[in-house]
Ligand binder design. Structure first.
Ligand SMILES: CC(C)(COP(=O)(O)OP(=O)(O)OC[C@H]1O[C@@H](n2cnc3c(N)ncnc32)[C@H](O[C@H]2O[C@H](COP(=O)(O)OP(=O)(O)OP(=O)(O)O)[C@@H](O)[C@H]2O)[C@@H]1O)[C@@H](O)C(=O)NCCC(=O)NCCS
Ligand SMILES: Nc1ncnc2[nH]cnc12
Length: 305
């Protein structure tokens, strides 16, 4: 991921929609935004390359998907290399939600151009974009980069707009149909509530597993299962309905109850779950995004930025 972001990206950042073009970007601010952008890409790459990851695309196989592969995701990650830098800068400048949304919609356009029209990271563009903006805002306010401060900055600066966004009808997305049929709010409602899946489920699970000495791979697998056990994933509902969502939650809880990756034979159990989800075409894409989001917050709060 190291070489993906060049200083030229900051030039691109200044030209970002809604940001004052003449606003000078100071050296330390520039360096910070580049580092956060790099950590965001690294988090998406960490998610993609993790295995076993029930139903999801990895370097091993395409999971429950006929329309995308690891290559599709790599193209998407490369297409987002400017976006995360820009939205971090926008957040540091206290940009309104409309500016962030415009950056996100532009990023979605770049993603679709890179993937041949496949939706790989629409949810990640939203969730990780919001976190990058909050991280930039936190630093600009002189706050220490803790999980609590990042969440507080996101809610304080964009909470009202996110609540309004969650109330607006989805534009022809799966999310709208899932919300109408199953009452599951998805990404918008998750953000409107301050990303509880990231800060109250994923991050604690990741840190518990790391503190238990399980290493990054096993900690990330445990975290993905914790997310699958707890969230309403619109991707799962879209493909498998309420029965599919119950299947995902039941198998995730069983894996965790058996000790997660701390128990002998965990990898075979996780791969068996992967094969079952693939057979039923289930794909917890929302959990995958939230895992990447937790990896980003963990890296930033560990001082990697
Ligand atoms: C805010 C939006 C992005 C919300 O979009 P939408 O109205 O469609 O709402 P959702 O469907 O609920 O969510 C969209 C994606 O978010 C991920 N997701 C799902 N559930 C959750 C959840 N509980 N919490 C968080 N995130 C969630 C998921 O994204 C991932 O899965 C997609 C890939 O999987 P796949 O199965 O292939 O998906 P499809 O192609 O759609 O299905 P198939 O046809 O293949 O079967 C991929 O997107 C992953 O990221 C949901 O898909 C939007 O309204 C918006 O406003 N966007 C622009 C604003 C913006 O980005 N701003 C930036 C900063 S504010
Ligand atoms: N690895 C993955 N496979 C399928 N959908 C995803 N959405 C986000 N990451 C994903």
């Amino acid at each position: 991921m190291h070489g993906l972001i060049a200083p030229a990206d900051m030039a691109g950042a200044r030209a970002a929609p809604g940001l004052p073009a003449a606003a000078p970007v100071h050296e330390d601010e520039r360096g910070f935004c580049l580092r956060i952008g790099r950590l965001a890409l690294r988090s998406l790459y960490a998610e993609l390359t993790l295995y076993p990851k029930p139903g999801l695309v990895s370097l091993r196989d395409n999971g429950s998907h006929d329309d995308m592969s690891a290559e599709t995701f790599m193209r998407s990650i490369f297409a987002l290399r400017h976006y995360f830098v820009r939205i971090t800068l926008a957040g540091s400048r206290g940009a309104p939600f409309g500016v962030l949304a415009a950056l996100g919609i532009e990023a979605e356009r770049r993603m679709l151009a890179a993937t041949g029209g496949v939706n790989t990271h629409r949810g990640a563009i939203f969730g990780l974009g919001l976190l990058c903006a909050a991280i930039g805002n936190c630093r600009a306010q002189g706050e220490a980069l803790s999980a609590q401060a990042i969440r507080a900055a996101m809610v304080a600066r964009w909470g009202a707009a996110l609540a309004a966004h969650a109330r607006t009808p989805n534009t022809g997305s799966h999310g709208r149909r899932v919300a109408a049929r199953h009452g599951v709010g998805g990404a918008r409602h998750e953000a409107a509530r301050g990303l509880p899946a990231v800060f109250e489920v994923a991050l604690p699970a990741l840190r518990r597993a790391l503190a238990a000495g399980r290493g990054q791979r096993r900690a990330r697998v445990d975290t993905l299962f914790a997310l699958m056990a707890h969230i309403g994933d619109t991707n799962v509902y879209h493909r498998g309905g309420a029965a599919g969502a119950a299947t995902v939650s039941r198998h995730a809880r069983a894996f965790l109850a058996s000790g997660g990756t701390g128990a002998a034979g965990w990898e075979e159990r996780a791969e068996r779950c992967h094969r079952l989800f693939v057979a039923r075409r289930l794909s917890p894409g929302g959990a995958a995004d939230l895992l990447a989001a937790a990896c980003l917050v963990d890296a930033v709060t560990a001082g990697d930025a």
